[in-house]
Design a protein around this ligand. Sequence first.
Ligand code: BG6
Length: 488
Amino acid sequence: MDPTTFVLFGATGDLAKRKIYPALYNLFVRGKLPQPFSVIGLGRREWSDEFFRASVEQSLRKFSRSEANDAGLLHRFLQAFRYSVLDIGREEDYRKLLELVERREAELRMPPNRLFYLSVGPEYFETIAANIQSSGLGSANGWKRLVIEKPFGHDLASARELNRKLSESFAEEEIYRIDHYLGKPVVQRLESLQQANPVIQAMWTNRYISNVQITAAESVGVEERAGYYDHVGALRDMFQNHMLQLLMMTAIHLPHESSPEKVRFKKKRVMEALLPVLKEDVRLSVVRGQYAAGSIGGKPVVGYTSEPGIAPDSANDTFIAARLLIENNDWRGVPFYIRTGKRMKEKSTRIVVEFKEPVKQAATGKENGIAPNLLVIEIGPDESIKLRLNTKDAGPDGGFKPVQVELFESPKDSPEAYENLIGDALNGNATFFAHWDEVELSWQWVQPVLDAFAENLVPLHKYEAGSYGPAESAALLAQDGNCWWFDQ
Ligand code: BG6
């Protein structure tokens, strides 16, 4: 791994404390940080290096998965950290930053490989990227990378505009767009599940698969993010990015030898094959919901429009369910059902692949007590992959019963998404980052849905907090003779 300077914009922010410092520390503990390694934290506040290090240390004690109580180890880790005040719009601050970066590179005798991590609001992306370029920070004799967080645009047009601006300063191969769902350990295993198992690979088509269900349910509500969430909704917050990424990762077929380019190429092909939805038809395949009062785990909670900071007449979506169709030879006729929502019964992110019932079909079509085979991929908070098969009890009158075959269960202390992703970005491995093509194609699919919502062409269904969403979500699957698995 190349010696690297990690330049962090937004170093005093919440994401840095909760995710980025713990991720760096855990990589360090596992010997997976480059050597030498330099971190320059940037923020508006007037902090000293000491104060910055103390704040990083505090965040490790609070949020790191490996304990931060070995003083020697901590000291060695924190030695790499420096802080500089930066006003994002002030050019001279970038020149000061360049001096500091170069000074550290000289002290540590390292080449000018620089990773710029933008842990700031998207409204600052363009300005920062342009200033990195014009100050000379980005034109050194090493490599440069830009890591950015979602949201990438607010709709198709703004995403294109943002990309155009960023591409004036960074090439596509230098841009690492974080979608933290792609860093989740089970999502990262999806490709090897197919690659290492010809049985699964062979069955990964419309010949054997009846439908695919992707759920990201959350029991939390809007929390302290009313200002953000009420302008975004579930469609932009979860669906356009995380959910469509999960769809791509499920639907791709990978060759034995895979590479970032191949993965991205295949994902793009999936998105290109997604059947577009016309604005007028959105209501036929998309269910829009908003939570009403209810109870979660026995505790009463208020409805969305009674949450602090939310307008009492807000028509924002806190739940989306949709049926998507992939028009290619592998997936034609297999509905992909996706749903995500706040204030649902439980926190659970999972993919269920339901197989067809050849025995039933081959015989007379009569029920025979055989439940469909399912591949159940639990992404969080449980992390496992299980295959549900049927077995027959011994004896002449024995009936069928389902058994679970466990293919994978994540160890309790598996790396967090951010640890995986930051490690990959440092290594220059872009496999699990969102390429611009994917982002653009995702917005392309979502745009008519946004338009239909804006024009009120899709009813907004209230659902009780603590439920699995509005009844219309179950009805969407019932139209095809299917139902959501594991809702009870
Ligand atoms: C974020 C969304 O991207 O993902 C949040 O902005 C959401 O609204 C979160 O709560 C869910 O992530 P996870 O990893 O907890 O499933």
